[in-house]
Write a protein that binds this ligand. Structure first.
Ligand code: ASP
Length: 355
Protein backbone atom coordinates (compact mmCIF):
# COMPACT_ATOMS: atom_id res chain seq x y z
CA UNK A 1 0.00 0.00 0.00
CA UNK A 2 2.73 2.42 1.11
CA UNK A 3 4.74 1.43 -1.91
CA UNK A 4 1.87 2.17 -4.31
CA UNK A 5 1.30 5.61 -2.67
CA UNK A 6 5.00 6.27 -3.12
CA UNK A 7 4.84 5.26 -6.83
CA UNK A 8 1.72 7.41 -7.34
CA UNK A 9 3.43 10.40 -5.75
CA UNK A 10 6.47 9.85 -7.94
CA UNK A 11 4.31 9.71 -11.08
CA UNK A 12 2.50 12.91 -10.03
CA UNK A 13 5.77 14.76 -9.37
CA UNK A 14 7.08 13.59 -12.75
CA UNK A 15 3.89 14.65 -14.55
CA UNK A 16 3.78 18.07 -12.87
CA UNK A 17 7.43 18.76 -13.67
CA UNK A 18 6.82 17.65 -17.27
CA UNK A 19 3.90 20.08 -17.62
CA UNK A 20 5.87 22.91 -15.98
CA UNK A 21 8.85 22.06 -18.16
CA UNK A 22 6.75 22.15 -21.32
CA UNK A 23 5.31 25.46 -20.20
CA UNK A 24 8.69 27.09 -19.70
CA UNK A 25 9.92 25.67 -22.96
CA UNK A 26 6.88 27.12 -24.76
CA UNK A 27 7.46 30.44 -23.02
CA UNK A 28 11.15 30.54 -23.85
CA UNK A 29 10.63 29.87 -27.58
CA UNK A 30 7.34 31.43 -28.65
CA UNK A 31 6.52 31.77 -32.33
CA UNK A 32 8.20 34.74 -34.03
CA UNK A 33 6.15 37.90 -34.56
CA UNK A 34 5.16 39.39 -37.94
CA UNK A 35 3.50 42.79 -38.33
CA UNK A 36 0.51 43.18 -40.65
CA UNK A 37 -0.83 46.55 -41.82
CA UNK A 38 -4.20 46.39 -43.59
CA UNK A 39 -5.39 49.18 -45.90
CA UNK A 40 -8.15 47.66 -48.05
CA UNK A 41 -8.36 46.66 -51.72
CA UNK A 42 -9.93 43.55 -53.25
CA UNK A 43 -8.22 41.45 -50.56
CA UNK A 44 -10.65 43.16 -48.15
CA UNK A 45 -13.72 43.09 -50.44
CA UNK A 46 -16.77 40.88 -51.03
CA UNK A 47 -19.46 40.90 -53.69
CA UNK A 48 -22.53 42.83 -52.62
CA UNK A 49 -25.57 41.71 -54.67
CA UNK A 50 -27.51 44.88 -53.78
CA UNK A 51 -24.72 47.11 -55.08
CA UNK A 52 -23.92 44.72 -57.96
CA UNK A 53 -20.20 44.80 -57.29
CA UNK A 54 -17.35 44.29 -54.84
CA UNK A 55 -17.20 46.55 -51.78
CA UNK A 56 -14.97 46.67 -48.68
CA UNK A 57 -16.22 44.05 -46.19
CA UNK A 58 -13.27 42.23 -44.59
CA UNK A 59 -11.42 43.48 -41.50
CA UNK A 60 -7.77 42.72 -40.80
CA UNK A 61 -8.83 40.17 -38.18
CA UNK A 62 -11.26 38.48 -40.61
CA UNK A 63 -8.48 38.18 -43.20
CA UNK A 64 -6.03 36.67 -40.72
CA UNK A 65 -8.70 34.17 -39.63
CA UNK A 66 -9.08 33.08 -43.28
CA UNK A 67 -5.44 31.91 -43.32
CA UNK A 68 -5.43 29.32 -40.49
CA UNK A 69 -1.85 28.16 -41.18
CA UNK A 70 -0.63 31.53 -39.92
CA UNK A 71 -1.26 30.27 -36.38
CA UNK A 72 1.51 27.69 -36.83
CA UNK A 73 3.92 30.19 -38.37
CA UNK A 74 3.84 33.41 -36.37
CA UNK A 75 2.17 35.64 -33.85
CA UNK A 76 0.54 38.44 -35.83
CA UNK A 77 0.70 42.05 -34.67
CA UNK A 78 -2.09 43.80 -36.58
CA UNK A 79 -2.52 47.49 -37.43
CA UNK A 80 -5.82 47.93 -39.27
CA UNK A 81 -5.48 51.38 -40.91
CA UNK A 82 -8.24 51.52 -43.50
CA UNK A 83 -10.53 49.59 -45.82
CA UNK A 84 -10.25 51.64 -49.00
CA UNK A 85 -9.85 50.84 -52.70
CA UNK A 86 -6.28 51.66 -53.65
CA UNK A 87 -7.38 54.37 -56.11
CA UNK A 88 -8.22 56.29 -52.90
CA UNK A 89 -4.60 56.11 -51.66
CA UNK A 90 -2.72 59.40 -51.52
CA UNK A 91 0.60 60.78 -50.20
CA UNK A 92 -0.71 61.37 -46.63
CA UNK A 93 -1.86 57.70 -46.56
CA UNK A 94 1.59 56.53 -47.75
CA UNK A 95 3.09 58.38 -44.80
CA UNK A 96 0.53 56.80 -42.44
CA UNK A 97 1.40 53.33 -43.77
CA UNK A 98 5.13 54.11 -43.40
CA UNK A 99 4.65 55.18 -39.77
CA UNK A 100 2.76 51.94 -39.00
CA UNK A 101 5.48 49.85 -40.66
CA UNK A 102 8.22 51.71 -38.75
CA UNK A 103 6.32 51.19 -35.48
CA UNK A 104 5.99 47.44 -36.09
CA UNK A 105 9.59 46.97 -37.21
CA UNK A 106 10.96 48.88 -34.22
CA UNK A 107 9.76 45.97 -32.03
CA UNK A 108 12.80 43.71 -31.76
CA UNK A 109 10.52 40.64 -31.73
CA UNK A 110 8.96 41.51 -35.11
CA UNK A 111 10.73 39.79 -38.02
CA UNK A 112 9.11 41.73 -40.85
CA UNK A 113 6.04 43.65 -41.99
CA UNK A 114 3.26 42.75 -44.43
CA UNK A 115 1.00 45.38 -46.01
CA UNK A 116 -2.36 44.34 -47.50
CA UNK A 117 -3.53 46.78 -50.17
CA UNK A 118 -5.44 47.13 -53.43
CA UNK A 119 -3.48 46.00 -56.43
CA UNK A 120 -4.23 49.07 -58.58
CA UNK A 121 -1.69 51.32 -56.87
CA UNK A 122 0.19 48.70 -54.86
CA UNK A 123 3.43 49.30 -56.76
CA UNK A 124 3.37 52.97 -55.69
CA UNK A 125 3.01 52.29 -51.97
CA UNK A 126 5.65 49.54 -52.29
CA UNK A 127 8.11 51.90 -54.02
CA UNK A 128 7.47 54.66 -51.47
CA UNK A 129 8.19 52.20 -48.64
CA UNK A 130 11.29 50.88 -50.41
CA UNK A 131 12.65 54.44 -50.50
CA UNK A 132 11.77 55.37 -46.92
CA UNK A 133 11.86 52.35 -44.59
CA UNK A 134 15.21 52.34 -42.83
CA UNK A 135 15.12 48.86 -41.27
CA UNK A 136 16.68 45.96 -43.24
CA UNK A 137 13.81 43.71 -42.08
CA UNK A 138 11.64 42.43 -44.93
CA UNK A 139 8.64 44.50 -45.99
CA UNK A 140 6.14 42.64 -48.17
CA UNK A 141 3.23 44.25 -50.02
CA UNK A 142 0.35 42.02 -51.08
CA UNK A 143 -3.17 42.22 -52.47
CA UNK A 144 -5.59 39.90 -54.21
CA UNK A 145 -7.09 39.75 -57.68
CA UNK A 146 -10.16 37.82 -56.54
CA UNK A 147 -12.42 39.00 -53.76
CA UNK A 148 -13.09 37.27 -50.45
CA UNK A 149 -16.51 36.02 -51.61
CA UNK A 150 -14.99 34.10 -54.58
CA UNK A 151 -14.33 30.35 -54.37
CA UNK A 152 -10.76 30.95 -55.51
CA UNK A 153 -10.02 34.01 -53.33
CA UNK A 154 -6.24 34.45 -53.53
CA UNK A 155 -5.90 36.62 -50.40
CA UNK A 156 -5.17 33.94 -47.76
CA UNK A 157 -2.48 32.28 -49.94
CA UNK A 158 -0.82 35.65 -50.57
CA UNK A 159 -0.95 36.50 -46.87
CA UNK A 160 0.53 33.15 -45.87
CA UNK A 161 3.31 33.53 -48.47
CA UNK A 162 4.06 37.05 -47.26
CA UNK A 163 4.37 35.89 -43.64
CA UNK A 164 6.74 33.12 -44.74
CA UNK A 165 8.88 35.71 -46.57
CA UNK A 166 8.81 38.02 -43.53
CA UNK A 167 10.24 35.12 -41.49
CA UNK A 168 12.89 34.19 -44.06
CA UNK A 169 16.50 35.15 -43.24
CA UNK A 170 17.27 35.48 -46.98
CA UNK A 171 14.65 38.22 -47.30
CA UNK A 172 16.56 40.53 -44.94
CA UNK A 173 18.09 43.48 -46.81
CA UNK A 174 16.08 42.85 -50.01
CA UNK A 175 13.96 45.98 -49.44
CA UNK A 176 10.25 46.20 -50.09
CA UNK A 177 8.86 43.31 -52.11
CA UNK A 178 5.55 42.90 -53.90
CA UNK A 179 4.23 39.35 -53.81
CA UNK A 180 1.22 37.80 -55.54
CA UNK A 181 0.71 34.43 -57.19
CA UNK A 182 3.81 32.96 -55.45
CA UNK A 183 6.05 35.43 -57.36
CA UNK A 184 8.34 37.84 -55.53
CA UNK A 185 9.07 41.20 -57.20
CA UNK A 186 11.28 44.13 -56.18
CA UNK A 187 9.35 47.35 -55.52
CA UNK A 188 11.49 49.39 -57.94
CA UNK A 189 10.97 47.04 -60.86
CA UNK A 190 7.43 45.73 -60.58
CA UNK A 191 4.29 46.97 -62.31
CA UNK A 192 0.70 45.82 -62.74
CA UNK A 193 0.43 44.41 -66.27
CA UNK A 194 -3.07 42.96 -66.52
CA UNK A 195 -6.43 44.32 -65.39
CA UNK A 196 -7.83 40.99 -64.23
CA UNK A 197 -5.41 38.03 -64.27
CA UNK A 198 -3.94 36.67 -61.05
CA UNK A 199 -0.50 36.81 -62.67
CA UNK A 200 -0.59 40.57 -63.13
CA UNK A 201 2.57 41.76 -61.36
CA UNK A 202 5.68 41.48 -63.51
CA UNK A 203 9.13 42.99 -63.41
CA UNK A 204 9.71 43.22 -67.16
CA UNK A 205 13.22 42.52 -68.34
CA UNK A 206 14.45 42.21 -64.72
CA UNK A 207 12.31 39.17 -63.92
CA UNK A 208 11.11 38.01 -60.54
CA UNK A 209 13.36 38.28 -57.48
CA UNK A 210 12.23 34.80 -56.49
CA UNK A 211 9.37 32.47 -55.72
CA UNK A 212 7.44 30.87 -52.90
CA UNK A 213 7.55 27.10 -53.41
CA UNK A 214 4.45 24.93 -53.09
CA UNK A 215 5.92 23.62 -49.81
CA UNK A 216 6.31 27.18 -48.51
CA UNK A 217 10.09 27.37 -49.08
CA UNK A 218 11.31 30.82 -50.16
CA UNK A 219 13.68 30.88 -53.15
CA UNK A 220 15.56 34.06 -54.10
CA UNK A 221 17.36 34.16 -57.47
CA UNK A 222 18.82 37.65 -57.18
CA UNK A 223 18.37 41.05 -55.55
CA UNK A 224 17.72 44.58 -56.74
CA UNK A 225 20.96 46.58 -56.79
CA UNK A 226 19.47 50.05 -57.33
CA UNK A 227 18.21 51.04 -53.90
CA UNK A 228 18.45 54.32 -51.98
CA UNK A 229 17.04 55.80 -48.78
CA UNK A 230 15.24 59.04 -47.92
CA UNK A 231 14.40 60.15 -44.40
CA UNK A 232 10.68 59.70 -43.78
CA UNK A 233 8.93 62.94 -44.80
CA UNK A 234 6.15 64.60 -42.78
CA UNK A 235 4.59 65.93 -46.01
CA UNK A 236 5.20 65.49 -49.72
CA UNK A 237 5.17 68.26 -52.35
CA UNK A 238 2.57 68.35 -55.13
CA UNK A 239 3.86 66.63 -58.27
CA UNK A 240 1.50 66.20 -61.25
CA UNK A 241 1.76 63.59 -64.00
CA UNK A 242 0.86 64.88 -67.47
CA UNK A 243 0.66 62.63 -70.47
CA UNK A 244 1.89 63.68 -73.89
CA UNK A 245 -0.40 62.75 -76.79
CA UNK A 246 -0.11 63.38 -80.52
CA UNK A 247 -1.19 66.94 -81.29
CA UNK A 248 -0.83 68.10 -77.64
CA UNK A 249 -0.28 71.85 -77.27
CA UNK A 250 1.23 71.96 -73.76
CA UNK A 251 -1.66 73.87 -72.15
CA UNK A 252 -1.92 71.46 -69.18
CA UNK A 253 1.79 71.83 -68.42
CA UNK A 254 1.32 75.63 -68.39
CA UNK A 255 -1.73 75.20 -66.14
CA UNK A 256 0.05 72.88 -63.69
CA UNK A 257 3.13 75.08 -63.32
CA UNK A 258 0.98 78.21 -62.82
CA UNK A 259 -1.38 76.38 -60.48
CA UNK A 260 1.21 75.47 -57.84
CA UNK A 261 2.63 72.13 -58.91
CA UNK A 262 6.11 71.86 -57.39
CA UNK A 263 7.20 69.32 -59.95
CA UNK A 264 5.86 67.74 -63.15
CA UNK A 265 6.35 64.28 -64.63
CA UNK A 266 5.74 64.06 -68.39
CA UNK A 267 4.74 60.75 -69.95
CA UNK A 268 6.59 61.03 -73.25
CA UNK A 269 6.77 58.68 -76.24
CA UNK A 270 9.57 56.23 -77.05
CA UNK A 271 12.88 57.19 -75.45
CA UNK A 272 11.14 60.24 -73.90
CA UNK A 273 9.93 62.53 -76.70
CA UNK A 274 7.33 65.27 -77.16
CA UNK A 275 6.44 67.75 -79.98
CA UNK A 276 7.67 71.38 -80.34
CA UNK A 277 4.64 72.93 -78.56
CA UNK A 278 5.08 70.67 -75.54
CA UNK A 279 8.86 71.25 -75.63
CA UNK A 280 8.14 75.01 -75.30
CA UNK A 281 5.67 74.47 -72.44
CA UNK A 282 8.26 72.35 -70.61
CA UNK A 283 10.90 75.03 -71.14
CA UNK A 284 8.54 77.66 -69.70
CA UNK A 285 7.85 75.48 -66.62
CA UNK A 286 11.59 75.03 -66.07
CA UNK A 287 12.13 78.80 -66.37
CA UNK A 288 9.40 79.26 -63.74
CA UNK A 289 11.45 77.02 -61.38
CA UNK A 290 9.30 73.88 -61.67
CA UNK A 291 11.46 70.76 -62.14
CA UNK A 292 10.25 68.53 -64.99
CA UNK A 293 10.96 64.79 -65.25
CA UNK A 294 10.63 62.99 -68.60
CA UNK A 295 9.35 59.42 -68.41
CA UNK A 296 7.87 57.30 -71.18
CA UNK A 297 4.66 55.51 -72.05
CA UNK A 298 6.73 52.52 -73.23
CA UNK A 299 6.70 49.76 -70.62
CA UNK A 300 10.33 48.69 -70.78
CA UNK A 301 13.65 50.41 -71.28
CA UNK A 302 15.22 53.69 -70.22
CA UNK A 303 14.57 57.29 -71.20
CA UNK A 304 17.70 58.35 -73.11
CA UNK A 305 18.97 61.46 -74.92
CA UNK A 306 19.47 60.08 -78.44
CA UNK A 307 17.51 62.47 -80.75
CA UNK A 308 18.22 66.15 -81.38
CA UNK A 309 14.91 67.20 -83.03
CA UNK A 310 12.94 69.79 -81.05
CA UNK A 311 11.13 67.69 -78.40
CA UNK A 312 13.82 64.99 -78.54
CA UNK A 313 15.92 63.92 -75.57
CA UNK A 314 19.10 65.89 -76.40
CA UNK A 315 17.57 69.42 -76.39
CA UNK A 316 15.24 68.55 -73.49
CA UNK A 317 18.17 67.42 -71.38
CA UNK A 318 20.12 70.57 -72.39
CA UNK A 319 17.20 72.71 -71.17
CA UNK A 320 17.35 70.98 -67.74
CA UNK A 321 14.75 68.23 -68.06
CA UNK A 322 15.44 65.34 -65.64
CA UNK A 323 15.41 61.88 -67.26
CA UNK A 324 13.42 59.23 -65.39
CA UNK A 325 15.76 56.38 -66.37
CA UNK A 326 13.67 53.19 -66.28
CA UNK A 327 11.09 54.35 -63.74
CA UNK A 328 7.50 54.38 -64.94
CA UNK A 329 5.63 57.71 -64.56
CA UNK A 330 3.94 56.87 -61.25
CA UNK A 331 7.24 55.77 -59.70
CA UNK A 332 9.14 58.73 -61.19
CA UNK A 333 6.57 60.96 -59.46
CA UNK A 334 7.32 59.41 -56.05
CA UNK A 335 11.09 59.74 -56.49
CA UNK A 336 10.67 63.36 -57.61
CA UNK A 337 8.48 64.10 -54.55
CA UNK A 338 11.13 62.70 -52.21
CA UNK A 339 14.02 64.36 -54.08
CA UNK A 340 12.17 67.70 -53.80
CA UNK A 341 12.29 67.36 -50.01
CA UNK A 342 16.09 67.74 -50.44
CA UNK A 343 16.65 70.06 -53.42
CA UNK A 344 14.94 71.94 -56.25
CA UNK A 345 18.02 71.92 -58.49
CA UNK A 346 17.33 69.71 -61.57
CA UNK A 347 21.02 68.67 -61.79
CA UNK A 348 20.94 67.46 -58.17
CA UNK A 349 17.56 65.76 -58.69
CA UNK A 350 18.98 63.93 -61.75
CA UNK A 351 21.53 62.30 -59.43
CA UNK A 352 18.72 60.59 -57.48
CA UNK A 353 17.30 59.25 -60.76
CA UNK A 354 20.74 57.98 -61.80
CA UNK A 355 21.28 56.00 -58.57
N1 ASP B 1 -8.88 45.90 -58.09
C1 ASP B 1 -8.22 46.51 -57.03
C2 ASP B 1 -7.57 45.53 -56.06
O1 ASP B 1 -6.97 44.62 -56.44
C3 ASP B 1 -8.97 47.54 -56.34
C4 ASP B 1 -7.97 48.33 -55.56
O2 ASP B 1 -6.88 48.61 -56.06
O3 ASP B 1 -8.26 48.64 -54.42
O4 ASP B 1 -7.64 45.65 -54.89
Amino acid sequence: MRKSIFVLALVMVFTVSLIVGMGTQAESSPLPKVGVVTTGGTIAMKYDPAKKGFVPAVSGEDLIAMAPKLRELARIELIDIARIPSSYMDPPMWIKVLKSVEKLLSDTEVAGAVITHGTDTLEETAWFLDLTVKSPKPVICIGAMRGASEVDFDGPRNLENAVRIALSKEAIGKGTMLVLNNQINAAREVTKTHTAQVETFKSGEFGFLGYVNADGKIIFNRQSTRRQHFDPPEKLPRVDILSFFTGADGRYIKFASEDGAEGIVIVGTGLGHVNPAVHDAIEAALKAGVPVVMSTRVHQGRVQPVYSFKGGGVPLKDKGVILADDLNPQKARILLMLALTKTKDPKEIQKYFDK
